[in-house]
Design a protein around this ligand. Structure first.
Ligand code: APR
Ligand code: PHB
Length: 390
């Protein structure tokens, strides 16, 4: 097989890159280790920034998102058993977020690629990449037991945090920056109408909780738990008790319903620099991870591949490698801004040590500052709705 761009991984980064390249007349092949059914049903992130929504609309994949996505003008910070609304729309001069599940984005992108005769090879095994320090990189893998090779001009490593691309870069060529957190999120998808029209980020003595949604009849909820939490210790009734306690406030009723899915989301901050080695370019989770508290993961993946597609288009139209050479540096500005914001949100809401009463009172003062100062609330709203630089 031969293509211009060999893309490893059919997550938001790999699929959207393939879509953008197609719009520029550049050929690509995506290879993915899981099945189509698997990637289309995996419940993950759900918040699209205004810039991501605009990009999906401009590139022709926004139809279903416009119909089914839930546009939010604000969100709630809940602490001391009181609600404080951040009016993002008003504070940012008209920016909002759209709640639309990552697996819906994946379905739309897979459909768009296949309708345009794009090639996605699912269920590949033993993937390896070769010669990416030369002008003739190669990807090898097995499909249905047969060995295959793709010869390409460039490789896009869009294979997530656990992928093979980043570890294929010679030791010493990358600098890794990391932070681990002493907690994780237990997430549930419940067949219950959302209990509020907007997201609720709650700081509670017992730990963080988040109320989100996927549709008018599906609620997505998270609660802070131990990093090595065993789901068996969390029967449904216990989850509802804990969520009800953490969201408790006069006049608030948490809607309860059958739990359809439960999972544990680890919390990690991570950046690999630079996001390039020779003709291998990393994008999305393969190069960086943020804890989900800032709702930035999918947006960062989309922002990376937007720059990568532009740089590749410039290369093919003019032969100039200038944009490719600055790809990493330009991505990393946004990446580090998201690192800062996600770290800040995480530390403002989670209890690293339940016995640390000083830290809890400091967090309450920080939340009080944000909700009583228009300047502080504006800054939060700007960061949450997306960074203005492109
Ligand atoms: N070969 C082929 N595919 C692979 C390999 C491999 N060796 N390793 C991993 N993959 C696939 C995974 O199965 C997955 O479908 O690469 C894809 C990576 O997708 P994501 O993990 O979704 O990463 P990315 O596209 O960068 O999107 C980032 O995902 O984790 C969320 O919150 C995060 O929203 C963010 C988004
Ligand atoms: C989600 O709906 O899954 C979600 C929302 C906001 C976050 C993280 C996840 O900060």
């Amino acid at each position: 097989m031969r293509t211009q761009i060999g893309i490893i991984g059919a997550g938001p980064a790999g699929l959207f890159l393939s879509h953008l390249l197609h719009l520029q007349g550049i050929d690509s092949i995506v290879i993915e280790s899981h099945s189509r059914e698997h990637i289309e049903s995996r419940v993950r992130a759900g918040v699209l920034e205004q810039g991501t929504v605009d990009l999906f609309n401009e590139t022709g994949i926004g139809d279903r998102m416009r119909r089914e996505g839930l546009s939010h003008h604000g969100f709630e910070l809940r602490f001391n058993r009181q609600a404080h609304r951040i009016d993002m729309f008003e504070l940012t001069g008209g920016r909002c977020i759209t709640v639309y599940g990552q697996q819906e984005v994946i379905k739309d992108l897979v459909a768009a690629r296949l309708n345009a005769a794009g090639q996605i090879v699912f269920e590949v095994e033993d993937v390896s990449i070769h010669d990416f320090d030369s002008a003739k990189p190669k990807i090898r893998f097995r499909k249905d037991g047969q060995s295959q090779e793709i010869a390409c001009d460039f490789i896009a490593g869009c294979d997530g945090y656990h992928g093979i691309c980043r570890p294929s870069i010679p030791a010493g060529a990358l600098s890794l920056y990391e932070r681990a957190y002493p907690f994780a999120w237990l997430g549930v998808l419940a067949a219950a109408p959302p209990s509020s029209h907007e997201l609720i980020y709650a700081n509670h003595e017992r730990g963080f909780a988040l109320h989100s949604m996927r549709s008018p009849s599906l609620t997505r909820l998270y609660l802070q738990c131990a990093p090595d939490e065993n789901l068996e210790n969390w029967p449904d009734a216990h989850i509802w008790e804990e969520l009800s306690a953490r969201f408790e406030m006069d006049g608030f009723v948490l809607n309860i319903g059958p739990i359809l899915q439960k999972n544990i989301t680890p919390m990690r901050s991570f950046v690999a620099e630079p996001m390039q080695f020779g003709r291998l370019f990393l994008a999305g989770d393969s190069a960086h991870i943020v804890p989900p508290t800032g709702a930035k993961g999918m947006n960062l993946a989309i922002a990376d591949v937007r720059l990568l597609a532009q740089a590749l288009a410039r290369f093919y139209s003019s032969g100039s490698e200038e944009e490719l050479a600055t790809y990493s540096q330009r991505c990393l500005r946004r990446v580090w801004r998201a690192q800062y914001f996600s770290y800040f949100m995480t530390n403002m809401f989670h209890r690293a040590n339940v016995a640390d009463a000083y830290d809890y009172r400091r967090q309450l003062a920080e939340l009080d500052n944000i909700t009583s100062s228009r300047a502080a609330a504006t800054n939060l709203a700007e960061n949450y709705s997306g960074f203005p630089f492109r």
